[in-house]
Design a protein around this ligand. Structure first.
Ligand SMILES: Nc1ncnc2c1ncn2[C@@H]1O[C@H](COP(=O)(O)OP(=O)(O)OP(=O)(O)O)[C@@H](O)[C@H]1O
Ligand SMILES: [Mg+2]
Length: 339
């Protein structure tokens, strides 16, 4: 079975599948109805005015469909999508080059918006507000400031860490949408849709198990589905049943709730080292050797959503469900009960 565990999809195949599975129309973009409805109205209104929609910001956990929304919006507006990321905008010249190359009506997608540094952010303000960029030409006393006009464009930002976005930048977006975890029904629909696209036959109970382990996240659902396909292929199974899904999850060390090693380590640390908590974020970050922001904004949201971890003013607490899920005896609650 190591063959499967060690099998890495080559980049080409993975990118190909990614493109194939990414919804290319609103009806294939399952769930997030509130956001979809708002966007549809904004786009339609802009079209009627022969104008462009306001700058938009999407935030929320990884893999929930923020990038996909940017693609869909551009498609809906018949616009070119220019893609960059806060990571790539290191110098002011990087952003100026991107902006100066915009064509009228373009959608500029800046992924990981929180990674843009403050100096570069200041170039964005006038660009977003009145479509201008200011460039300094020359040096010293003879330096001059030139204002360059930009064509009409819509900026779409996406971030998993909205808290890191400065207030002035946030305030320049015309609408801000938080994408949320999907519900079980929606995830099942996504799995069924993806299975159909890649030509997989999957039973309802297999879909249900997969959905449970998908962290209510489409990217995870698709990723697991691809691994399930590998296992089924190696085992020579055509139709996918519960047994193949369970075996895949075992191989990937993903448990029935979709928890991975790291998640279990976090909860186990709270339980075993801190007697279930409360434990402060700083302490937890030191013990786990992970940045506190990363714990708070990347690892914790799902555990909190699942009711395994609780955030309280005095720190993080592992819930009774967490003890139960990890099959650890809850000595503390027994003591309490006895008292
Ligand atoms: N609503 C949806 N319906 C169906 N599939 C979806 C939906 N949202 C996302 N997906 C699938 O999940 C994948 C991940 O989505 P996407 O890349 O848009 O997430 P993201 O929010 O941008 O993640 P990150 O924060 O890591 O950049 C997509 O390629 C797509 O296949
Ligand atoms: Mg993305």
């Amino acid at each position: 079975m190591n063959k499967i565990k060690n099998r890495k999809l080559n980049d080409k195949e993975d990118t190909y599948l990614e493109t194939l599975l990414r919804p290319s129309s609103w009806d294939k973009y399952i769930g997030q109805d509130r956001i979809k409805n708002n966007l549809k109205i904004m786009i339609e209104a802009a079209k009627k005015r022969k104008d462009l929609p306001d700058h938009l910001l999407f935030y929320g956990p990884q893999g929930l469909g923020k990038t996909t929304l940017a693609h869909l919006i551009a498609k809906e507006m018949n616009a070119n999508l220019r893609v960059t990321s806060g990571v790539n905008l290191e110098k002011s010249g990087d952003l100026i080059a991107v902006l100066a190359n915009l064509e009228p009506g373009d959608v500029l997608f800046i992924d990981e918006t929180h990674r843009i540094n403050r100096m570069i952010e200041e170039i964005l303000y006038p660009a977003m507000e009145n479509r201008k960029i200011h460039i300094t030409v020359g040096k010293g006393p003879s330096a001059r400031m030139l204002a360059l006009d930009l064509p009409p464009f819509t900026l779409i930002g996406a971030t998993i860490r909205i808290n890191l976005l400065s207030a002035p930048l946030r305030s320049r977006f015309g609408a801000i949408f938080g994408v949320d975890y999907y519900n079980t029904d929606e995830i099942q629909k996504i799995i069924a849709q993806s299975a159909k696209i890649i030509g997989m036959e999957i039973s309802d109970d297999a879909t249900a198990i997969l959905a449970m382990a998908s962290r209510f996240t489409p990217r995870n659902a698709n990723r697991l589905l691809k691994r399930v396909r590998d296992v089924a292929e190696v085992k020579g199974k055509k139709a996918i049943k519960a047994e193949v899904v369970n075996e895949t999850l075992r191989l990937l060390e993903v448990d029935s709730l979709g928890l991975e090693k790291w998640d279990r380590r976090l909860i186990e640390t709270v339980i075993r080292k801190f007697n279930g908590g409360p434990v402060g974020l700083n302490t937890l970050s030191a013990v786990l050797g992970e940045d506190r922001g990363v714990i708070e904004e990347i690892h914790e949201p799902f555990l909190i959503k699942m009711g395994l971890l609780q955030k309280t003013p005095s720190g993080r607490i592992a819930t009774a469900d967490a003890y139960e899920h990890l099959e650890i005896k809850n000595v503390k609650s027994k003591r309490k009960a006895a008292a």
